[in-house]
Ligand binder design. Structure first.
Ligand SMILES: *Cc1c(COP(=O)(O)O)cnc(C)c1O
Length: 448
């Protein structure tokens, strides 16, 4: 039955982030159901979802609390226009988000996916400055290795060549500053010292160009698509201070790291900072429905608030903005964080994960093992001493992917980086299985 649905699929579907030609040799996997950390295909094979289905799932597939919240909402209201109208789940969720978000954020603007949230934040920042008379502030600053999505604005502030290069002629020209990514430390240099050096570079750029810069955007603590590259919270403090000093907005893209992934509910908490824009999506509904939110400050909101004729309004909209079913799911997610102490549970789960991956550090083809909360990554290298990477054309990660699937684990390496970003319900036994299978896959990939 897998084969039949896979064949029908390839006749009509074009899959995301995929060279479709790969599927001449790589079978597509038709999933029938999901429960907890597990997916089941049409033939009854099971796969441990080690990547939370593209970083969206929080508490496991089919979690009954979220499923029931959506069901209950379905009987009342499936959708309504959010311009001129409102509904209980949209209001309740906004209240809830502002209660748990870093202090100082007071308004919620909804969108329906991560990239759209980034578009909203970029446009809002530019427009707020423009409304304040600072028309020259039309450029953005992003970190090297950044990933903020794939619509043109979001892609403009993305620095992953795989996604950006082809479309470069269509994109805005941001300033890219060096990422504090600890993997890039000079030999013998501490992560702190390196991130301070990067913060100095940011200071210098802002000192020179702040008059043309609307905002700096970053992924707090972990740069996901770059390969789960991680950096110290100190950099966030320095970035916040630099943005304040030079009059530049700070956009925190917590689309991946939000909702407990890094150990705190939001990654910004670890630096004690409040961004001017907090972008949320992915885990916001527990991985059930698409939804995004941009939280912002009274200063930004007030820059738009005036008589209609002043033409200051933020006229941006998506048809499914604030969808009630998605908001109901997200309200239940917040309720689960409040009632079930998932953050404490994650602390224990992440130490189990840390212990499980520790032995990989000694592997001759492993250049780095790193972890922040519930995100862990193993960097494969051709040469451990020089950290010379494997040639991307060799597609070593794909070998790990194939092996893991054959052993019932869904891993989806980013190039030469094998990472773990499991649902929070994962058990110690499941962690052991996930890491064992990854280690086997690494053995096959580096020797193949
Ligand atoms: C996934 C992601 C996005 C884009 O979200 P989509 O819903 O896929 O458009 C943006 N930023 C970060 C950090 C992400 O991980």
């Amino acid at each position: 039955m897998n084969a039949e649905l896979a064949a029908r699929d390839l006749r009509v579907l074009w899959h995301p982030c995929t060279q479709m030609h790969d599927h001449e040799s790589l079978p597509i996997v038709p999933i029938r159901s999901g429960h907890g950390a597990w997916l089941t295909d049409m033939d009854g094979n099971r796969y441990l979802d080690a990547i939370s289905s593209w970083w969206v799932n929080l508490f496991g597939h089919g979690h009954p609390r979220i499923a029931n919240a959506i069901r209950a909402q379905l009987d009342r209201l499936e959708h309504v226009i959010l311009a001129g109208f409102t509904h209980e789940p949209a209001v309740h969720l906004a209240e809830g988000l502002l209660q748990v978000a870093p202090p100082g954020l007071t308004k919620v603007f909804y969108a329906d996916n991560g990239s759209s949230a980034i578009e909203v934040a970029l446009k809002m920042s530019f427009h707020a400055w423009r409304n304040a008379g600072a028309e020259d502030k039309s450029r953005f600053v992003a970190l090297s290795g950044s990933y903020h999505g794939e619509t043109l604005g979001a892609l403009s502030v993305t620095d992953v060549p795989l996604y950006r290069e082809t479309y470069a002629p269509l994109l805005l020209q941001p300033f890219f500053v060096p990422s504090p990514d600890s993997y890039e430390c000079a030999p013998g240099e501490s992560a702190q010292a390196y991130s301070d050096r990067c913060a100095d570079a940011l200071d210098q750029l802002l000192a020179q160009h702040a008059n043309e810069i609307a905002a700096m955007i970053l992924e707090p603590l972990v740069q996901g698509a770059a390969g789960m590259r991680m950096y110290p919270a100190g950099y966030l403090k320095r970035a916040r201070a630099a943005c304040d000093r030079y009059g530049v907005h700070l956009i925190a893209d917590e689309i991946m790291v939000g909702f407990g992934r890094t150990g705190t509910l939001f990654a910004c908490e670890q630096a004690g900072i409040t961004p001017d824009f907090l972008c949320l999506s992915k885990g916001i509904t527990g991985g059930f429905l698409p939804l995004a939110a941009v939280l912002t400050t009274p200063a930004v909101f007030d820059a738009f608030y005036a008589e209609y004729q002043t033409r200051r309004a933020f006229l941006h909209s998506h048809s499914y903005t604030g969808n009630p079913l998605a908001c109901a799911a997200a309200c239940e997610v917040l309720k689960m964080f409040a009632e079930e102490d998932w953050l404490a549970r994650n602390r224990s789960t992440s130490s189990t994960l840390a212990a499980a991956i520790e032995p990989l550090r000694a592997h001759p083809s492993v250049g780095d093992v790193r972890q922040t909360g519930m995100i862990a990554a193993v960097e494969l290298v051709r040469d451990r001493a020089t950290r010379e990477p494997f040639d991307w054309r060799e597609r070593r990660g794909l070998k790990v992917y194939r092996h893991a699937l054959s052993r019932g684990v869904l891993l989806r390496p980013l190039g030469n980086v094998i990472y773990f970003l499991p649902p929070y319900c994962i058990s110690a036994d499941e962690i052991a299985l996930m890491v064992r299978v990854a280690a086997e896959g690494i053995e096959i990939a580096v020797n193949g």
